[in-house]
Write a protein of this length. Structure first.
Length: 243
C-alpha cells in the first residue's frame, strides 16, 4: 500500500493510510496525496460515501508538529494545508458523504480531520485529543458547530482529551461500538448513504455547506495562513513583522 491508498467498491470509496499522523507532522506530500484521494473519490460517478480509515492500530497517534519554518509557511504549507483544494477544505466541502472510522488514538490533525467529516464511528478504545494545541489550521467554527460552543472552548483552551463514550455523548462521533464491530458498523452506516438517490444526497450536502457558509467555516479556513505564520514566527524566535 502507498502512503495513501484509494479503492472503490459498492458505491463507497475507501481512503486508507497506516495512520493520519503525518498531517500533524505537516508532511505536505502526505497531505497532497490525501486531498487528491478525497477529491478523486468525490468526483467519482459511482461513489456516494467516502470512508477515511487507518490500517494501523491508531487513527492518528500523537506526533511531533513538524511545523515548517517561517519562510516556508506561506508556500509549501499553504498549498497542502490552507489552499482551497488543501486537505481539510477538500474533506469538509466534499460533494459526497465523508465518514471517519476511528480506532485507538485520534490526536492533533486526526481530530481536525474528524471535524471535517460528515459522520464518524469510533471503537470503544478510541480517545480524542484537542487539535488546537498542535495544528494551527484546526477549524474552531467546526468544533463549535459539532460539540457546542462551551465544549469547543474547553477543548481549545484546556486541551481536553475525550474518551470514546464522552465523544459519543457530546456529538463528536455518531456511534461508539466494540473494536471488533467497527468495520461492520461503518459498512452499515454507509449502506444507508449508498441507498440514497444521488440528487437527494447532493441536495443534503448543499444544505449542509450553506450552514457552514452562514457560520463562517470558510472564513476560518481563510485565516489559517495568519495562524500558521504566527506559529512559525513564535517557534523560530522571529516576530510577525520579520516574516
Amino acid at each position: 500500500m502507498s502512503a495513501v491508498d484509494l479503492r472503490v467498491a459498492d458505491g463507497r470509496a475507501y481512503v486508507e493510510a497506516e495512520s493520519f499522523a503525518p498531517l500533524t507532522s505537516h508532511d505536505p506530500a502526505f497531505a497532497d496525496a490525501l486531498a487528491g484521494a478525497v477529491i478523486e473519490a468525490s468526483d467519482h460517478d459511482h461513489v456516494k460515501a467516502i470512508v477515511l480509515r487507518a490500517t494501523g492500530s491508531d487513527f492518528a497517534p500523537a506526533a511531533p508538529t513538524g511545523f515548517p519554518s517561517a519562510a516556508e509557511a506561506p508556500t509549501a504549507w499553504h498549498r497542502a494545508f490552507a489552499a482551497s483544494t488543501a486537505v481539510y477544505q477538500a474533506t469538509c466541502f466534499a460533494k459526497k458523504v465523508v465518514v471517519a472510522e476511528v480506532r485507538g488514538g485520534c490526536h492533533g490533525a486526526g481530530s481536525a480531520l474528524l471535524l471535517c467529516t460528515d459522520l464518524a464511528v469510533a471503537s470503544e478504545d478510541a480517545v480524542f485529543g484537542s487539535p488546537f494545541l498542535d495544528v494551527p489550521e484546526a477549524n474552531f467554527v467546526l468544533a463549535a458547530l459539532t460539540v457546542r460552543l462551551n465544549r469547543a472552548k474547553s477543548w481549545m483552551l484546556r486541551g481536553t482529551v475525550h474518551d470514546a463514550a464522552t465523544a459519543g455523548r457530546i456529538g463528536l462521533v455518531n456511534r461508539v461500538v466494540p473494536a471488533d464491530r467497527l468495520r461492520a458498523e461503518v459498512e452499515s452506516m454507509t449502506a444507508a448513504v449508498v441507498g440514497m438517490p444521488l440528487d437527494g444526497m447532493t441536495m443534503s450536502k448543499m444544505l449542509q455547506q450553506a450552514v457552514y457558509d452562514a457560520h463562517g467555516v470558510g472564513r476560518e479556513f481563510d485565516l489559517a495562513d495568519h495562524y500558521a505564520i504566527h506559529r512559525a514566527a513564535v517557534g523560530s524566535g522571529l516576530t510577525e513583522e520579520d516574516v
